[in-house]
Design a protein. Sequence first.
Length: 261
Amino acid sequence: MVAGGEETAGRPARRLVRRRALQGALLALGAPFGWLAIQALTGSSPAEQISRHPGLYTYLLLATVVVLSAVGALIGRAEESLELANELLTELSYTDAGTGLKNRRYLEARLEEELAEAQRRGSSVALAILDLDAFKTVNDRFGHPAGDELLALVGAALLSVSRGGETVARLGGEEFAILLPGATGPEAEAAAERARQAVEATRLHRSTEFLAVTTSVGVASTADLGALSASGLYDQADRALYEAKERGGNCVVLSGKQAAG
């Protein structure tokens, strides 16, 4: 998966194994150098020094273990910090900065995965594409900052009516999408209608006015259309969206069915 829970859960154990292996390698590499250091400092072989001072070997061994274990721990922490930084960068690369939703890149990757999983399980996948109606008038009349704020509110509204397992993403501009794993056409249509109503109820206060928008929604499901590629499912949902726009907007069109809303 794009963000696998099992992968994340297994990381601490793997880090511990790698850290122990690193510490063992450091000890193996450090022992010969320690042996040579004794000879260089004392002018006699380490074996002679140990025979004269029985506790020396134990002391040096413990000191070496402590130092190299500390070095291994520091390297391990640095590795963890690097992994966390990489995870953060990955998360940022999948996030739309304007709304905090997932972005097109994430949605496309997730859609591919869900289609493969649906084919394996014999289930379905649905996709809803939403395009805000006449959004350009908001930017033209009130400016892009107001439009950006309204987009963020729309994103929050869509999240508020989404259900477990669904992915809400911003595709770009005033276009959004909802990925619905396991959904049949009617189920996806119902989810799209909830989203349409949530957008219609969204309001942004500006001066003495409340800004509002509506949305047209196109929906497609593999349950109705058969096995489709990611691009094929997207194309069917986009065609339904175009039909919703042709019918005046603020409605939901399920691919191959009459408009709702």
